[in-house]
Design a protein around this ligand. Structure first.
Ligand SMILES: [Zn+2]
Length: 272
């Protein structure tokens, strides 16, 4: 079986930093965040714009630059959304750009204290926005979401996987089931609950496989495998347009390589 543990992790790809280096010997890269699109340049377009350190990518210090909504577009229309940037950038650069967009979006949406509404300030010595009036600190948000490939039957050519088409999918593809983790839940519990809610099945033997930051806008996708235990397919029509069991030799259109869903499916395909 091909192990996903052989894939690089984010720490192998780049060194994320929360505190700006006081002096950096290497070069600098500026990820100008325009809306939620990115324009990467060695020059900073405007030094009055707010910036946040992202980390070190192959010796260069990468910065996230918040381009104000009213500013002239420093990319002259060449900024790319993160989906388009994938494939045109190295994986390390794509992950750093995703981190940049998340940090900028978080800073944009935490300018005031959620408890007392006073304007916040960057917290010293950590990545946080602190309220000078009441002391509340807001940290960057990460929303964990589970994604699961459910299989049915013994390992081998006759084993099937459950793939579903969400009602919001932009194209007619079939993927793994996914859903956000609720407060008070563990990850395995979220897998069991979401599968039951979305397709009416009971699953067992939930096992972790891989994770992926998913900056749309601030998720962490946590990928699992699970085995069918009981029940018949009953779709939650508010979320799932179609779902079926598929053998490896009769797959529908599956997601592109950007997603952990594809990695879960590819891993299963390589088992046989
Ligand atoms: Zn406050």
């Amino acid at each position: 079986m091909q192990s996903m543990n052989s894939l690089p992790n984010s720490a192998d790809l780049y060194a994320a930093l929360n505190i700006a280096p006081s002096d950096h010997a290497g070069g600098h890269r500026y990820i100008h965040v325009i809306g939620t699109s990115v324009f990467v340049d060695t020059e900073l377009a405007d030094d009055t714009w707010e910036r946040h350190v992202v980390g070190i990518v192959e010796g260069d210090a990468w910065w996230a630059v918040d381009v104000p909504a009213e500013a002239e577009d420093p990319s002259y229309g060449s900024a790319l959304d993160l989906f388009s940037y994938f494939g045109r950038a190295a994986q390390s650069e794509w992950m750093a750009a995703g981190r940049a967009v998340q940090i900028v979006e978080w800073a944009r949406t935490h300018r005031f204290c959620g408890r007392c509404a006073a304007p916040t300030e960057p917290s010293t010595g950590e990545r946080g926005m602190k309220c000078p009036a009441c002391g509340l600190v807001a940290y960057p948000r990460v929303a964990p979401a589970m994604i699961v490939l459910v299989t049915r039957g013994e390992p081998g050519p006759d084993q099937e996987a459950l793939l579903a088409r969400g009602i919001n999918f932009p194209m007619p593809m079939y993927s793994c089931l996914a859903g956000f983790v609720e407060p008070g839940e563990d990850l395995e519990g979220a897998v069991v609950r979401e599968v039951a809610e979305e397709v009416g099945l009971r699953v067992a033997n939930v096992s972790y496989r891989a994770s992926q930051p998913w900056p749309f806008p601030h998720s962490l996708m946590i990928g699992f495998r699970a085995e069918y235990a009981s029940g018949d397919l009953v779709l939650d029509e508010t979320e799932i347009a179609d779902a079926n069991w598929y053998r490896r030799d009769a797959l529908p259109t599956i997601p592109p390589g950007i997603s952990v869903a594809r990695r879960l499916i590819d891993d299963w395909l390589h088992e046989s």
